[in-house]
Design a protein around this ligand. Structure first.
Ligand code: ACO
Length: 503
């Protein structure tokens, strides 16, 4: 199959949020610390009514319904999450309840775990499945979802909550380029969750930022090397085939790959400030790469960054002067940032870090911002999961008019960039949310902590098996605060079995 990638997508976030401005006041920090310092506008949160299973049920049900995907056409479901509520039973298995009425119980895939990277791992698996000799012609669904909550302290405003589900198959409007993708993995303890009785991570904020930027450097430089080599090979092949035009243009094609060669950059977004720093860092990598090949630097690069171009990378991560120079050169107020990065950031700024879903939320956000105008353009997508694993891949936006005409004639589902933008309806859904005071966030987090601790200490002797309808834990968060159509946790039995309903 050709052009394998994302056919359709939907996003889910709770109806409740706090504004970062309100949080600054409530936490007694200086004005601007969260809104400018972290670059965030708001943070979505949910109480004890929702858990990771219910959120994934919601987003997958929405995806199937909005795009009229027949349930028997799904052959694989993979979930990426780090919001674990069970050490064995995967969230993927809970999603099978959505397929009972269709009789389709032939669906491969499980839940994949590594911090914020699980969704990308799931996506790469799904694409590889469709491209493999073992593919049976059906679609895959990839779900990335998390409830990001932190203990009280500086990390708490970098929480968030959200889920994204995407349909994967051939002839896609959003094509994933598996050939040029580049990864980086290492052993580091920057963010981890050793305490099963708590939802909160242990986090070394400073270390996690450096690891993120180190991974970004590696992935970006590796991807750039692959792109440069591929362009050189194509130019050489054209030259040996006697294509005079290609030979003439060969000089340009052999130039190292730089940010100017793509229209969009989408980075995992724990908070927007790190995305701003990432884009500037990529411009820094460009300058270093160009210098390394002896090619002339781009406009203003030598003046702005010359001092740091030969310094070993490890000595640059904590250099505040370099950070200032990068901010001036390719920071948030630069034209390049506004064009390439900003359009994909709105959703993450509004809902906060959604861990595995974050980079998917940025893809959906860009599609909603630009619609069909994206066709023919390319985005670089960077995914980072602490611990750590990271991948950068190219996402090509494609005009699917010819394929959709054929599919419509055969009465099979049709997919396009514009259809995703319309189905998601991002602006209306963000506007429908309810802004709550920070005290409500604290109450919701306290209720979640209580529920999590209780669930992880549940024992069958406590009685109240959920199978029989009895619960030892029943959520208190008001049901009518959830958006209509949302799945919710009815309760948890003494045996640890969870029951779900739909609003
Ligand atoms: N106005 C404007 N800016 C301000 C203000 C203000 N009033 N006050 C502070 N700032 C700026 C600081 O200058 C700093 O900016 P800089 O990074 O450009 O230097 C920024 O706000 C952050 O402030 P700090 O004091 O440096 O850091 P803080 O103690 O607030 O912690 C951190 C921030 C480390 C991000 C914390 O929230 C955290 O640990 N979060 C979770 C870890 C995380 O998300 N890591 C990312 C990768 S891993 C993952 O995705 C989970």
């Amino acid at each position: 199959p050709d052009n394998v990638g994302i056919l359709a997508a939907d996003v889910y976030f709770p109806s409740t949020f706090v504004s970062q401005e309100d949080l600054e006041v409530a936490n007694g920090v200086s004005a601007g610390k969260y809104t400018i310092g972290l670059g965030q506008e708001a943070m979505a949160f949910t109480g004890d009514r929702e858990d990771i299973n219910s959120m994934c049920l919601t987003v997958v049900a929405q995806l199937l319904e909005k795009y009229d995907v027949p349930k028997d056409r799904i052959g694989r479901i993979e979930v990426g999450t780090e919001t674990l509520i069970d050490k064995s039973k995967s969230t993927k298995t809970v999603l099978m309840s959505l397929f009972e009425d269709s009789g389709n119980d032939d669906i491969e895939g499980v839940t994949t775990v590594n911090a914020c990277y699980g969704g990308t791992a799931a996506l790469l698996n799904a694409v590889a499945w469709v491209e493999s000799s073992g593919w049976d012609g059906r679609y895959a669904i990839v779900v990335a979802a998390d409830i990001a909550v932190y203990a009280e302290g500086p990390a708490r405003p970098t929480g968030g909550c959200g889920a994204v589900a995407v349909l994967v198959g051939p002839d896609a409007p959003l094509v994933i380029n598996m050939k040029t993708r580049a990864s980086y993995a290492c052993d580091v303890w920057d963010f981890f969750k050793p305490d099963m009785s708590s939802e909160y991570p242990r986090v070394n904020g400073q270390l996690s930022q450096t690891c993120y930027l180190r991974a970004l450097d590696s992935c970006y430089n590796r991807l750039a090397a692959k792109k440069t080599a591929a362009a050189a090979a194509a130019a050489a092949a054209a030259a040996s085939a006697g294509d005079g035009e290609a030979e003439e243009g060969g000089g340009d094609k052999r130039a190292p790959f730089v940010l100017g060669d793509v229209e969009h950059v989408l980075c995992h977004s724990p908070y927007n400030k790190l995305v701003q720093k990432s884009f500037a860092r990529m411009a820094f990598s460009d300058a270093r790469r160009l210098k390394g090949t002896g090619k002339p630097l781009g406009e203003g690069q030598e003046e702005a960054l010359g001092k740091w171009l030969d310094v070993p990378a490890e000595e640059t991560y904590d250099d505040r002067d370099l950070e200032k120079a990068l901010k001036a050169f390719a920071g948030v107020s630069s034209g390049a940032y506004r064009n390439k990065v900003e359009p994909g950031c709105r959703l993450s700024k509004q809902i906060g870090n959604t861990y595995t879903a974050s980079v998917f939320a940025n893809i959906v956000c860009l599609v909603c911002a630009r619609g069909a105008a994206l066709e023919g353009e390319t985005a670089l997508v960077f995914s980072y999961g602490s611990g750590a694993v990271a991948t950068m891949y190219e996402l090509h936006f494609r005009d699917t008019t010819a394929v959709t005409a054929a599919a419509a004639a055969a009465a099979t589902p049709t997919f396009s960039v514009a259809k995703i933008a319309e189905a998601v309806g991002l602006s209306e859904r963000l506007a429908d949310r309810e802004r709550l005071p920070p005290a409500e966030l604290d109450a919701a987090l306290a209720a979640r902590s209580h529920a999590h601790a209780l669930a992880s200490s549940s024992s069958p002797s406590a009685g109240g098996g959920a199978g029989g309808g009895g619960f030892v834990f029943v959520p208190g968060f008001p049901l009518d605060r959830l958006f209509p159509g949302v799945f919710y946790l009815r309760g948890i039995g003494g045996d640890g079995v969870r029951g779900y309903g739909r609003r």
